[in-house]
Design a protein around this ligand. Sequence first.
Ligand code: NAD
Length: 459
Amino acid sequence: MPSNTVEMIEKSLDTLFEDVNFLTEVQDQKRDKAFRAIRSILSTPNHVSKSFLRVTLENDEIVRIPAFRVQHNNILGPYKGGIRFHESVHEDEVINLASLMTLKNALHEVPFGGAKGGVMIDPRKYDVRELNLISRKYVQYFSEILGPDKDIPAPDVGTSEREMDWMMAEYKSIKPGSAYRGSFTGKSVINGGSLGRRVATGKGVYYSFRYLLHDYLKENEDWLTERDNPDAKSILSYKDKNLQVAIQGFGNVGSIVALEAYQCNHLNNKVVAVSDRNVTLYNSDGLDIPSLVKYTESNQGDLPIVDEELKVAGVKATVKGRDELLTLDVDALFLAALEDQINETNMADIKTDIIVEGANAPVNSKADSYLSENGVIIIPDVLANAGGVIVSYFEWLQGRETQFYTEKEVFNKLVEKMGKTFQTVYQQYFSDEYKLRQHCYMQAVLKLSLILYKQGKLY
Ligand code: NAD
């Protein structure tokens, strides 16, 4: 398996191996063997399923579309992870994203395992009837491995509640009498979805940032002042500062992060730049985010590009090249588009002090080390973007109980759950020399290793 994720799992295991207080029951040669077992279990997926969906297009042409479902690990519960519709989907990427889900659920104490799905299409090139067919075919091809107690998909890039509704309906007709409501999450509310699910990831991403720079900082100011840790000093320098914020991606996640930042009255934020697949919009006085959200809702999700469109949106902004956003001199950069956005080619040009990973794996491992060594604080994907899976868990529970929470209850539960993880992780982070991503991985790997041991999987 490629990637950051495996590298980070291995690093975490090396540290845990040296920790005499961890797995004290397993010593000497047995310890070596047990750790090798954990390493190989966590660095490989349990199952990789691949199919070519046979689809008849509107013009009667028959095509075969590559589709994947990767089930990484289910030691904590049924597999869980989104389905992505994107032209660049490939097997290694799906495997990496599935393993990240295992770690994310372990870190946030969500009783699910990790999985991910992908269909290699550009959804913009298909009409609604074709997308409906592709969604239903996906369920037909993978129905035996999916299900409310086996593997529960959710939306990801290029999919939304519409596709989840279609997929759940297909699952229901293939498996009559099953507890079908729990088979997919991220559905529309009328179909058993949870209030608040659509905005949960973006809200959680912003909350990871606000928690660090406001809630945690305020509560721990004296303690942080006594730390030798350079990141603690850096965080303290943000107290009551006016913050310039830029957000890459203006979809499900990015647009909500932008709204949260725009509305936040705990921090003095100004959202000076947002971008999408076409363009960066910049205004040093701050962008009118509600107007941009309204515009994208009636423009297939795309931001205005030319002056005419900006006028229609009622927004004042300078139009810049799509990738220019990444190298702006801002205080915080939220990455909410795709993976590998900051890498060897642009890492030396990054000027922000804080990066928040709304997308999965948007900073590659070389750039991660480089930026961290240069004092950039990175709030990693595994910590920041779990809001979606947490509310998916609430949706799954509500579907089982057929009892539904109010939106306020959902957000309170979300904030309580994420806040608990932030509290633990931020406290450890400022107590020693490891970076935030490594702390998150160590916490997740520790939990998974203990459960593997307790369930007798290391023999
Ligand atoms: P989306 O399809 O709704 O939005 C993606 C946005 O990124 C769009 O605005 C698109 O125009 C933009 N984009 C695409 N390529 C770009 C580029 N090169 N530069 C700038 N912008 C670009 O997807 P989403 O659901 O918002 O997901 C975004 C990321 O967050 C993905 O990495 C996804 O895996 C991750 N994520 C999503 C959820 C969720 O609940 N939706 C949960 C966890 C993680």
